[in-house]
Design a protein around this ligand. Structure first.
Ligand code: SAM
Ligand code: SF4
Length: 335
């Protein structure tokens, strides 16, 4: 366990206690804002961080105060052996908060085991409740499977947050029907600005709805909604709505209004550490491990990376080695 002297703090005084772990770049959907229709060139399986390597890293990080892990991808459940990995991760001393982000199309049958595996909450991505619009966005006809997952999560009493990317001309008419899920079925429905990580030219739709436009839409329908106080590390601005079990949230992921309290780092499936979603990766931990680094050397490398962090996502984007241009797919970053 960590003591105060050991904890991970960046060069702007932000404590890091949260790792977003992308366990695969593979996915069974082709959400247009994340991947081109033909998919991306998946990495060779031998280039992926192995589960053993990930567990080793998590032990090192837990010793410096990282207690929260979000498993993401790609679609995490297309990687074999994930259930066993999560169970083992749950046994790592100091890791107290394991969460998952999933498209909910392949894991329905496993949901009743999530509690036993130690999963504390699930973010379920869902951009439309209309089957045709869902298909147009994801290029797959799998809405019923996602709704089955939502029901199974509710039955298992796993806290569930819905993640919706809001896109002009695609799903803006879904905003209110999706918000209604917070009445009884979701602990939070979060509306996210589209970001430039679609695996090709990168630019989001210029007519995109930003956080201000999303708030306006919600307020028109829920005039009594009340803004909630934010905590350190929050990305969503949350609102309560009278009569709703869950909250509504807005994530200004492209406007980047929340960087001042950022508490997270990211690991890509091939072991690249990102200290900001918008940076191009600061070093590769898999290579370090495979070159024989000790745990202390791994900790030192992480500390150095965290000690040279951009102040915010705009600065990180400007410093990218690709001259600012973004061609990554979100499925190699994990969101
Ligand atoms: N496949 C899983 C899923 O979709 O939930 C996990 C990985 S996915 C990359 C994680 C989150 O990133 C999803 O909620 C997805 O909607 C979001 N995302 C992907 N591309 C995005 C983009 N260009 N802008 C905003 N959010 C994006
Ligand atoms: Fe797959 Fe998630 Fe990307 Fe959609 S957002 S293509 S479900 S990784």
């Amino acid at each position: 366990m960590s003591n105060n002297r050991d904890i991970l703090v960046d060069n702007h005084g932000r404590r890091i206690n949260y790792l977003r772990l992308a366990v695969t770049d593979r996915c069974n959907l082709r959400c247009f804002y994340c991947m081109p229709e033909e998919g991306i060139k998946y990495v060779d399986r031998t280039d992926l961080m192995s589960y053993e390597e990930m567990l080793r890293l998590l032990k090192v990080l837990a010793a410096v105060g990282v207690n929260k892990v979000r498993i993401t991808g790609g679609e995490p459940f297309v990687r074999k052996g994930l259930e066993d990995f999560i169970t083992r991760l749950n046994a790592v001393e100091g890791i107290t908060d394991i969460r998952l982000t999933t498209n909910g199309t392949v894991s329905q049958k496993l949901i009743s085991d999530f509690r036993r595996m130690g999963i504390k909450g699930v973010n379920l991505s869902l951009d439309s409740l209309d089957r045709e619009r869902f298909f147009n966005i994801t290029r797959r006809d799998l809405l019923p499977q996602v709704l089955d997952s939502l029901e199974a999560l509710n039955q298992s009493e796993i806290p569930v947050k819905i993640n919706t990317v809001v896109m002009a001309g695609r799903n803006t008419r879904d905003v209110i029907p999706l918000a209604e899920l917070a009445r009884t079925q979701a602990d939070e429905v979060r509306f996210i600005e589209e970001m430039p990580f679609n695996g090709s030219e990168g630019l989001p739709n210029p007519e995109n709805w930003d956080h201000i436009r999303i708030l306006q839409e919600l307020k028109e329908h829920f005039p009594d909604m009340q803004r909630q106080p934010m905590n350190f590390g929050d990305t969503a601005v949350r609102y309560s709505v009278p009569g709703f079990k869950g909250k509504l949230g807005i994530i200004a992921a492209y406007s980047r209004t929340f960087c001042g309290s950022c508490n997270r780092i990211r690991l890509t499936p091939t072991g690249t550490v990102k200290t900001c979603l918008y940076d191009s990766g600061v070093f590769n931990i898999r290579d370090l491990m495979r070159e024989g680094a000790t745990d202390k050397q791994i900790e030192t490398a992480v500390r150095e990376a965290v000690g040279n962090r951009a102040r915010n996502g705009h600065e990180a984007e400007k410093n990218r080695f690709s001259n600012g241009s973004i061609q990554e797919s979100m499925s190699t970053i994990g969101g």
